[in-house]
Ligand binder design. Structure first.
Ligand SMILES: Nc1nc2c(c(=O)[nH]1)N[C@H]1C(S)=C(S)[C@@H](COP(=O)(O)OP(=O)(O)OC[C@H]3O[C@@H](n4cnc5c(N)ncnc54)[C@H](O)[C@@H]3O)O[C@H]1N2
Ligand code: MOO
Length: 410
């Protein structure tokens, strides 16, 4: 809490977010095999060791010829040439094409010296001893030139590039099997709550099945993090410390859920207050009670226990902070304006994130959005039907049906 004139005000969403982003910092770099780089961010420029294509090659299955030798060719007057070589893709010697001859050539095979054009097999009789060419071919037809895609020595992928399928494919195409990226953190996810039971064990009255860690693990893994979870740590400070402390050395980040509000058994708050973690109320709904800091030097982010609060907090704080730590320059969800299908209310002074469903029909400039479920942070089923978060700002107490609101597309 921040003190103003002796009274304490809640932290803003932006203040807490900035603190979590700073806490997570920037991840160190590491060299990883391409297969482990999906979704990560390139930490340094990659220069091409070879040109792409590395050599002039045929774009079609057909015949490499000299264009002057087939200039007279037509459907009625085919030009017949002896076929003196067969060049499949992968042939590594460099035969020369003599004037007045043809080489049968396959897509991707190196163009022989002396040839300046390729005739598609469909424009010939497909002969293997001699070939009848039915159509003239201008110089350069169906030839893919050396370096047309990438010149050797040029920057093929710039630092900051997000590595998706095309980028990883290009890295391999220029001869690399590893890339330097920002290392994904090892995250320890901890669910606290004496009431938590793991499926498929039987529930007794008063117990619930644990779900927060499942969501956090899924969300973190999707971002490339390596995740371990402790799914049911009792509301007991000693048990909490005993479960986590041995794992701190192998964790780059600890994310807890539950035990941070105002009750009598707030295990996370009780264990970590004074140990380097600060707890605050953030002016948002859901996700009010939050905390972050370092425990024995390891960044810790403590989320409230309600399942919807966990996911909304992840969106508001952890996702941007992790993206930033991993080197992404764009850490935001796509934000659009949309017209509300029904009136929504929001607590004044808090930023409300409502689960919603956004659609934009063809020809519509502004899409429409309707809520899924009420504001309650226990309504997880409604979240599964949502594709966006509707953002009602701090100064809005009511947003009327038909008015425009900000929507974050998930
Ligand atoms: N007097 C006050 N009470 C509460 C306040 C407050 O300001 N004053 N804030 C409310 C809000 S808002 C939230 S959010 C919760 C956050 O409380 P905690 O972080 O201490 O969370 P718990 O009490 O441990 O759990 C809340 C709720 O979520 C369920 N839960 C917890 N962990 C899991 C899990 N891993 N899987 C599934 N469900 C889980 C838990 O059973 C509770 O129902 O505090 C309000 N109270
Ligand atoms: O802030 Mo709590 O997260 O509304 O339910």
């Amino acid at each position: 809490m921040i003190a103003i004139n002796g009274t304490e005000r809640a932290r803003t969403v932006d203040e807490h977010r900035a603190e979590v982003i700073e806490l997570l910092g920037t991840r160190p770099t590491i060299e990883l095999p391409l297969a482990d780089c999906t979704g990560l961010v390139l930490a340094e420029d990659v220069r091409a060791g070879v040109s792409l294509p590395p050599f002039d090659n045929s774009a079609m299955d057909g015949y490499a010829v000299r264009s002057v030798d087939v200039v007279e060719a037509g459907p009625e007057r085919p030009v017949e040439l002896p076929v003196t070589e067969d060049i499949p893709a992968g042939r590594t010697d460099l035969p020369a094409l003599l004037p007045g001859t043809a080489h049968r050539i396959m897509t991707g095979a190196p163009l022989p010296t002396g040839a300046d054009t390729v005739v598609m097999v469909e424009r010939t009789d497909g002969g293997t001893e001699t070939v009848r060419v039915h159509e003239a071919a201008p110089p350069g037809a169906h030839i893919r030139r050396t370096g047309e895609d990438v010149a050797a020595g040029s920057v093929a992928l710039a630092a900051g590039t997000v590595l998706g399928p095309a980028q990883l494919g290009l890295a391999s195409a220029v001869g690399l099997d590893r890339l330097t990226v920002h290392e994904p953190p090892r995250v320890l996810v901890v669910s606290t709550g004496t009431e938590l039971v793991l499926p498929p064990a039987e529930l007794r009255h008063g117990q619930i099945y644990e779900s927060n860690s499942v969501m956090l693990v899924a969300a973190l893994r999707a971002m490339g993090c390596r995740v371990e979870s402790l799914r049911s740590v009792a509301d007991d400070v000693d048990a909490f410390r005993a479960a986590i402390e041995p794992k701190l050395a192998d964790s780059d980040l600890v994310v807890t859920s539950g035990g941070v509000s105002a009750g009598a058994y707030e295990v996370v708050k009780d264990a970590l207050t004074g140990a380097g973690v600060r707890f605050a109320k953030v002016a948002m709904q859901p996700g009010g009670p939050q905390g972050c800091g370092r425990w024995n030097g390891v960044p810790v982010v403590t989320l409230p226990g309600n399942p919807v609060s966990v996911l909304v907090s992840f969106e508001a704080f952890l996702r941007p902070a992790l993206l930033s730590a991993l080197g992404h320059s764009d850490v935001e969800r796509r934000r659009v304006r949309a017209r509300l299908t029904e009136t929504l209310t929001s607590p004044r002074g808090k930023r409300q994130f409502r689960r919603g469903y956004y659609t934009q029909r063809e020809g519509q400039v502004t899409g429409v959005v309707g809520p899924r479920g009420g504001p309650g942070s226990h309504l997880l089923a409604a979240f599964t039907q949502a594709n966006c978060l509707i953002v009602l700002p701090e100064d809005v107490a009511e947003a009327e049906e038909g008015s425009e609101v900000d929507v974050l597309l998930l």
